[in-house]
Design a protein around this ligand. Structure first.
Ligand code: ADP
Length: 919
């Protein structure tokens, strides 16, 4: 060990002066005057002799000093005292400092007196006195310095503490010529030391830095003594030696209760040599004067920070401490707690009953008894209570109250804290409610929640919600150890294993498969699962949901089947079925349609239906489609198409509009039937009806034609007679020729109208005025009617009217009605000769229709027959007379024109009513 463990005093102490007998180095022994130290001087002040003791003290030989001047033995500061010659010094106390042999100063006080012709200078050694005074001075100075240092540290502001300590170290160093000094304090952890502040003189290398760790080397040192460190000659490097750069050092502890609280380190310093006047006690004092206040300030700072942190913490948490004061039975509370209990700021304590009154009555009793147990038996207390509510509308405030007994010294203290846990409590309540709701929901839904644990690539069920048993009859135990896979439908095994692989691969899966229940029935399950991984990304478990979708799946299956059936139905239907967009482009068409359009069904999408219409038909068709609305999405029409390589085709076409949510037409679904044959036979029927009417009218026609022929013949005969007589009267001939001409015209008109019967109607409907048809009818019939005594009254032509259809067909209808009326009236006249037969024909517009009525006074129709008269071949006329076709064909024609033919008995006879839509 290189450390020299020596008591400071040992090398500071003075070696006692050896007791020796007085020696008079001269021949003349001076008279003893009680002083051990004396010397003899001549008149000039030159040394003549010294007492032995003085010689010894000064380490001189008597020969060497004889005739020397006294000043040569003294220190320079004594020169003033012995100015002049001994004669001058008489009556003065002489304080003289001698250079002593041991390097110390010998302080002496003396006086001169005659001794023969010489002078005797007697001396008293006052070194001890002087040294004591000096030591006292130094101690005082040291005390003052220590006091000042402590004061400076004590009063400085917290921010300046570090710099003030450094300043004090500097002053200390300068005062006692220390090159490097540092103050080391314990590490925060309590193990080891760290440099808190340091100073090094400009001339010295910096031994230590602030914050430098010093290890625990000091802990092995005695804290009650100062340690002088001398490492000279030591080869083995110790940590301490390294710390002091292998140079002399000096180390002091500030201790309390025998434990070091701080170390003051001096580097490159030999205290004994450089501050011989300072004792160990002074050094220790200095150390404590520096370290004590620093430690105090730091602990004060630490405490203040602690208190501040505590206050912030309490504020943030809505918590605070409380303490039960047993003597006054009061509860003392932290200000934060007072605030969070919504009490007045001035309150800092409440009596126990007052404190308990703050708590909700439901929890008060329990808290009270727990508190008593804590106080009397020291049982720790922890419970959650509600605050009593003043306003029932406010949220409940929950407090967690914790308390414990603390033995400090002889006294037991009861304290604890209160924490606002309303958030947690309310969340707990909400979570419990949500959990219950979820539980209910799952219990009442066809869903099962499950958890599968991941184990080396295998997924093993570990949890099923309670809904498993009601839904499938299984329990968790039935599903573990791979049994679950046994319940999967054999056809769905692949789906099940692929589901597991996908779940592990992608972390997410949704699959549909069949699972057998306990009774052997299969359920369609929709399985949605998600894989959960740990922080390292390793799979932990899969959480999933089974939804029983049996009904939905079967329903979907049925829909699919039904769709298939409908598809077949549509495909195989003899009717034309198609879908097309509002601009008539087909999106689908079945085989019959394709056959008509001479292509494959696959070629139909994209084909425009309008291509097969005439311009007029197409416009009508588009207009009709445009009138479809979500409220009346249906429309039916007979359309005429110009098909490839064929005559005109007539289709009865039913459309149904499909609308989007905004009510816009997006598509039309249509069903069509080829009506060409029906239409053709109807036309043939018309034709035969015409022929029948023609035959029937043949007699009348003969008369009609004969009449003008007879008139013309008479006129010709008369003219010829005149010519024979030579009596050529131009006026007469002209008049006859005019008559002939008018008769020719009449005959031509009759013949012209006869063409109605011989002609087939135009294919395309035309727009015409119904008056034209009436006029044509009258032209043909009125003469004949007149001949039979039937009066015809027709309404005057009014404003032009327009209907769509075939004018000749309407004419045919009117002829039928008028001929029927004539027949009925004439047959009635047979029994009632007084009857004046009369047909009244009226044409008038009514709202969006034109109504044509044919009224007779032929006695009307037997009500029992009313329903049957429109049937084909129904007639009441004798065989060979009636055909029974007239009314049925007329009905068909009017219907064809989108009109209606009806009959009723009005007045004396029947009234037929034709209503046609006006354009
Ligand atoms: P037909 O004239 O050849 O009998 P219709 O179809 O024209 O065939 O008439 C059917 C029947 O309706 C007639 O036989 C007749 O009994 C009855 N009928 C038609 N018009 C009248 C009318 N104006 N008054 C009374 N009966 C009528």
């Amino acid at each position: 060990m290189s450390l020299e463990k020596s008591r400071l005093g040992r090398w500071l102490g003075r070696s006692e002066a050896p007791a020796s007998a007085p020696v008079i180095a001269t021949n003349a022994e001076p008279e003893a005057i009680g002083a051990d130290l004396y010397l003899l001087l001549d008149e000039e002040g030159r040394l003549q002799g010294l007492s032995t003791l003085l010689l010894n003290r000064l380490g001189l030989s008597s020969q060497a000093v004889v005739n020397q001047r006294l000043m040569s033995l003294l220190l320079p500061n004594s020169a003033l005292v012995i100015e002049g010659v001994p004669q001058d010094w008489v009556g003065h106390m002489l304080d003289l400092d001698f250079r002593s042999s041991d390097g110390h100063t010998l302080h002496a006080r003396g006086w001169v007196q005659h001794h023969g012709k010489d002078w005797l200078l007697q001396l008293l050694d006052i070194s001890d006195l002087m040294e004591e005074a000096s030591a006292a001075r130094i101690r005082q100075q040291c005390l003052r310095f220590a006091g000042l240092m402590a004061e400076n540290i004590r009063v400085c502001s917290a921010e300046r503490l570090v710099s003030v300590v450094a300043e004090q170290l500097q002053e200390l160093a300068q005062m006692w010529h220390v090159p490097c000094v540092a103050l080391a304090l314990p590490e925060a952890s309590g193990v080891g030391w760290r440099v808190y502040s340091q100073y090094s003189a400009h001339t010295a290398p910096e031994l230590w830095q602030v914050g430098q760790r010093l290890g625990s080397e000091f802990d092995r040192l005695d804290v009650n003594v100062a340690h002088a460190l001398h490492f000279a000659g030591q080869t083995e490097l110790s940590p301490l030696q390294g710390m002091f750069a292998n140079a002399d050092g000096f180390l002091l502890a500030h201790s309390r209760d025998g434990i070091a609280r701080a170390w003051l380190m001096f580097g490159f310093y030999d205290a004994a040599r450089q501050a011989p006047d300072l004792g160990e006690r002074e050094w220790l004092n200095l150390c404590s004067a520096l370290a004590g206040p620093v430690l105090f300030r730091l602990s004060e700072q630490h405490n203040r920070h602690h208190v501040e942190r505590l206050a912030v913490l309490q504020d943030l948490l809505g918590t605070g401490w409380w303490e039960l004061l047993p003597d006054s039975d009061e509860i003392l509370m932290a200000p934060q707690l007072v605030r969070s209990l919504r009490l007045s700021d001035r309150i800092d304590r409440l009596s126990r009953p007052e404190w308990l009154a703050l708590i909700h009555p439901a929890d008060r009793q329990e808290l009270s008894s727990r508190l008593v147990q804590l106080r009397d038996k020291g049982t720790p207390m922890l419970l959650c209570v509600r605050l009593a509510q003043v306003d029932p509308g406010q949220d409940t405030l929950w407090l967690r109250i914790q308390g414990q007994a603390l033995i400090s010294g002889q006294v037991q203290r009861v304290l604890g804290f209160m924490l606002d846990v309303s958030d947690i409590k309310n969340q707990e309540t909400e979570a419990a409610a949500a959990h219950a709701r979820l539980g209910n929901l799952i219990a009442s839904s066809p869903a099962v929640i499950y958890v599968q644990r991941y184990d080396q690539g295998n997924l093993e069920p570990t949890f099923f919600s309670d809904s498993l048993t009601p839904l499938l009859g299984w329990t968790l135990a039935d599903c573990i150890d791979g049994q679950l896979a046994d319940y999967i439908h054999p056809e769905d095994h692949d789906i099940w294993f692929e589901r597991n692989r996908q779940l592990l691969r992608e972390g997410l899966v949704s699959r549909r498969y069949r699972l057998r229940d306990k009774h052997g029935r299969y359920h369609w399950l929709l399985d949605e699962a998600r894989l959960l991984r740990d922080d390292l990304g390793m799979p932990v478990e899969a959480v999933g949901l089974w939804l029983d979708v049996t009904d939905a799946t079967l329903a979907a299956e049925r829909v699919r089947e039904s769709e298939e059936r409908y598809r077949i139905l549509v495909e195989d239907s003899p009717a034309m079925i198609c879908r097309y967009t509002p601009d008539l482009v087909l999106t689908f068409g079945n085989r019959p349609l394709a056959t008509y359009l001479e292509c494959d069904p696959q070629q139909l999408p994209g084909v425009n239906l309008g291509d097969w219409f005439s311009l007029e038909q197409r416009t009508d068709f588009m207009q009709r489609i445009a009138q479809l609305t979500p409220e009346s999405p249906l429309s039916t029409a007979e359309v005429c198409l110009e098909l490839p390589g064929r005559e005109h085709a007539w289709w009865v076409w039913a459309d149904r509009g499909v609308f989007d949510q905004a009510g816009t037409l997006v598509e039309v679904q249509a069903v069509g039937r080829d009506n060409t044959d029906v239409r053709r036979s109807r036309m043939q029927l018309n034709q035969s009806a015409k022929m029948a009417t023609l035959g029937e009218m043949a007699t009348g026609l003969a008369h009609e034609i004969n009449q003008p022929l007879n008139v013309m013949r008479m006129a010709v005969i008369n003219v010829l007679k005149r010519l024979e007589r030579g009596n050529i009267d131009v006026e007469y001939i002209t008049e006859k020729l005019n008559r002939i001409d008018s008769q020719v015209q009449r005959a031509a008109r009759v013949v012209d109208h006869m063409r109605v019967f011989g002609r087939r109607s135009e294919v395309q409907e035309q727009v015409f005025d119904p008056f034209d048809a009436l006029e044509g009818t009258l032209a043909m019939l009125s003469e004949g009617m007149k001949g039979k005594g039937v009066q015809v009254q027709a309404s005057e032509r009014g404003a032009p009217l327009q209907v769509r259809g075939h004018g000749d067909q309407l004419e045919q209808v009117l002829i039928n009605l008028m001929v029927n009326a004539r027949d009925a009236m004439l047959s009635r006249k047979e029994t009632r000769p007084e009857l004046a037969p009369m047909i009244e024909v009226q044409v008038r517009p009514e709202a969006d229709q034109v109504v044509i009525t044919v009224q007779d006074n032929g006695g009307g129709i037997d009500p029992r027959l009313m329903e049957r008269i429109f049937e084909p071949f129904f007639t009441t006329k004798p065989v060979g007379v009636g055909t029974g076709l007239g009314l049925s064909v007329s009905y068909g024609i009017i219907e064809q024109m989108s009109g209606r033919l009806s009959v009723s008995n009005v007045g004396e006879g029947a009234q037929f009513r034709i209503a046609l839509p006006l354009l």
